[in-house]
Design a protein around this ligand. Structure first.
Ligand SMILES: [Zn+2]
Length: 281
């Protein structure tokens, strides 16, 4: 069933946890609004930072397939909590490079799902430091977004133009992540205060990404509340880089575009606000 105003949002993460960590709240907000959200982790994140993979004295190394089964189970549970559909891909984390075949696969997903909005990593995210999968995913998805609407694309599916791409900012310039040469400031925030418990519950599904304990999940929520919520001026938010520049014929009190959905000052209704500050002034 689809409504005229129903949005379709595709979230492409390098690893399952990226989709939850960065966008669980945004996903939950839109699922509540009966929009369709498709979560697409392009790898299982089975090799990177994974306690399941550590060898035990009794059994030695765990088989990768067993790790993947557990991680699939986790992200399934998280998506259920958030109200999203899941499409788990099987590119090889730490190894995949965003080759033709991988870009074609993502292109076909975009052509099939026909998202209005695509969310993914910034192509420069930690590109030269801790986690190259993020940058590889961001680049591959950006190329697939373009490719999905090209005549020459090697696909029998009809083309699709993605209206909006939102990127997770590259902000890991901390000692923990060593050095990334590019920091991309966020310029677009989604308030997620009302769904923060859903985000907490979803994070707690992710044992294989070491986010499942109460302390780990709360530490993320609290840190993001201070940094991201603080920047947005609300208790809890998620942050993005909006990729299209604004073009206006003349300056106005309030630009059209994403600011149309800005948080209103306390006690205001949108109607009251628009009466005083009409969009087209
Ligand atoms: Zn990741």
């Amino acid at each position: 069933m689809s409504r005229e105003d129903q949005l379709r949002i595709a979230v492409f993460g390098a690893h399952p946890a990226d989709c939850v960590w960065n966008s669980a709240g945004t996903i939950a907000v839109h699922a509540r609004n009966k929009d369709r959200v498709l979560v697409v982790p392009v790898t299982y994140g089975a090799r990177h930072c994974n306690p399941f993979l550590a060898p035990t004295k009794e059994e030695g190394y765990r088989p990768l397939e067993e790790v993947k089964t557990r991680k699939l189970d986790e992200i399934r549970k998280a998506c259920k909590i958030l109200g999203a559909d899941l499409l788990q891909l099987d590119f090889k984390d730490q190894i995949f490079v965003g080759n033709n075949e991988e870009i074609q696969k993502i292109t076909d997903i975009i052509r099939d799902f026909r998202p209005d909005i695509v969310i993914t990593h910034h192509p420069v995210d930690t590109a030269f430091s801790d986690q190259p999968d993020h940058a590889t995913t961001g680049t591959a998805v950006m190329r697939a977004v373009k490719y999905a609407n090209e005549w020459g694309a090697d696909s029998t599916k009809p083309g699709w133009h993605v209206n909006t791409v939102l990127l997770w900012p590259a902000r890991h310039n901390t000692a923990m992540y060593r050095v990334t040469p590019y920091i991309t400031p966020a310029n677009y925030y989604v308030e997620i205060t009302e769904v923060i418990d859903q985000k907490r519950q979803a994070l707690r599904c992710l044992e294989g990404s070491m986010l499942a304990t109460e302390e780990a999940a709360d530490a993320i929520i609290n840190a993001m509340s201070i940094t991201v919520g603080g920047a947005a001026g609300v208790p809890h938010a998620e942050e993005y880089v909006y990729t299209a520049p604004f073009v206006v014929k003349r300056l106005s009190r309030r630009e059209s575009g994403p600011h149309r959905n800005m948080l209103l000052p306390q006690g205001w209704t949108l109607e009251e606000y628009e009466r005083l500050f009409p969009l087209d002034r």
